[in-house]
Design a protein around this ligand. Structure first.
Ligand code: PMP
Ligand code: GLN
Length: 384
């Protein structure tokens, strides 16, 4: 392994999912649903396979049907007009979108600011691009993990190239507010920064929180790469269909990197995701309501087990503090949890450069069947 990647061995998700398999514990670690997405969308994939649509290399930017559906979604949902021919790129999941964006836009030595705790691929991709990551820590307070806008402002230097934002935020569940996003946008304009914004949980917001794309703020359209994915919104994480929307110039740049990473993304699933994006609004509201109910089951169970819960306004993750249990080291706690309670969770510390700040936090995924969540919380209730 070269020096750029030396600090990134196995991702924590692979490690923890393997631990769940080995011990037979309930896996609330890696974020994937245990129920597949809509039947009609699965049928659409089967039809595409059978009819021979997408079985050979599809077009580089993605099939026109999907690009049109992505543009229509941005218009319908956010009033953003996106040209499907020049302003959309289909990628192999959001993961490739993140990698290709950073590889295309970061020069070696550039600083990239990311919200800490950050999704683990951000750090590895910044490193692969030769960039330097500059974490800005979300700090717990008033029931949520909050962004300190002064700290963000202070983190910008003459070498800062790009802000890497994630809202709704994995792992904390924070949804940045309109005011916070407006301040980020002002800073980006003032300091002439590019922004890559990972919005894969755009449809998972609760309790009246609103997801607002950063691209919709003044001055942001031409400096923002917006990332999303069918994995999260339609519960098909195995399909690896993601996308970016951005200005033609930025899409061209990211596409240059994508061409040499995967060339194109798998064909038949693109036809199915095009149909998924056109599902009636009732699908999206039903999905959100279902996840909200799951959140409340897990949050109540974790509270009963004695943890301090930061009830998330978005995503399908809960971050909890284990200190009320007399524990301080989330990594040790998560390693022992399968034996102790038959449950797997993710230690949030691995998403921090300032590990000590993340030490007492543990992330649990609630995108699981209600009976699984109830069983998990019953098991966790013995922790005290
Ligand atoms: N970004 C975030 C914040 C995520 O949580 C995930 C998925 N866990 C991804 C990107 C990757 O998405 P995909 O599976 O579409 O590659
Ligand atoms: N995004 C998912 C999570 O945060 C898993 C992604 C992965 O395994 N790379 O759990």
């Amino acid at each position: 392994l070269n020096r750029r990647l030396a600090e990134f061995g196995t991702t924590v998700f692979a490690e923890m999912s393997a631990l769940a398999l080995r011990t037979g514990a309930i896996n609330l670690g890696q974020g994937f649903p245990d129920t597949d997405g809509p039947e009609e969308v699965r049928e659409a994939a089967v039809r595409a396979l059978r009819d021979g649509r997408g079985n050979q290399y599809p077009p580089g930017p993605g099939i026109p049907e999907l690009r049109t559906a992505i543009a229509a979604h941005q218009q319908r949902r956010y009033g953003l007009s996106v040209d499907p021919d020049t302003e959309v790129l289909v990628t192999a999941g959001a993961t490739e979108a993140i990698a290709a964006s950073l590889l295309a836009l970061v020069e070696p030595g550039d600083e990239v600011i990311a919200l800490e705790p950050y999704y683990d691929s951000y750090a590895a991709c910044i490193a692969m691009a030769g960039g330097t990551r500059v974490p800005v820590t979300l700090r717990p307070g008033e029931g949520r993990f909050r962004l300190d806008l002064d700290e963000l402002r202070d983190a910008v230097t003459d070498r800062t190239r790009l802000l890497l934002i994630n809202t709704p935020h994995n792992p904390t569940g924070t949804v940045l507010t309109r005011e916070e996003l407006a301040s980020i946008a002002e800073l980006a304009v003032e300091r002439d920064l590019l922004v890559v914004t990972d919005e894969v949980y755009e449809h998972l917001v609760f309790d009246g929180a609103e997801h607002i794309p950063l691209a919709s703020f003044p001055g942001m359209r031409d400096r923002t790469v917006t990332i999303s994915s069918a994995g999260k919104t339609f519960s098909f994480t195995g399909w690896k269909v993601g996308w970016i929307t951005a200005s033609p110039q930025l899409v061209r740049a990211v596409r240059s990197a994508k061409q040499y990473l995967t060339y194109v993304s798998a064909g038949p699933f693109q036809y199915a995701v095009a149909e998924a994006l056109a599902l009636p609004e009732s699908y999206f509201t039903g999905f959100r309501a279902d996840m909200l109910a799951k959140r409340d089951v897990l949050a109540a169970g974790l509270e009963k087990a004695g943890l301090t819960v930061y009830r998330p306004s978005g995503t399908y993750f809960i971050t909890a503090d284990i200190r009320p249990l007399g524990e301080t080291d989330g990594i040790a706690f998560c390693r022992a949890l399968p034996e102790r309670a038959g449950v797997v969770a993710i230690p949030t510390a691995v998403f921090y450069d300032h590990r000590e700040m993340g030490a007492p936090f543990v992330r649990f995924a609630f995108c699981k069947r209600a009976d699984v969540l109830r069983e998990a919380t019953a098991r966790l209730s013995g922790l005290r």
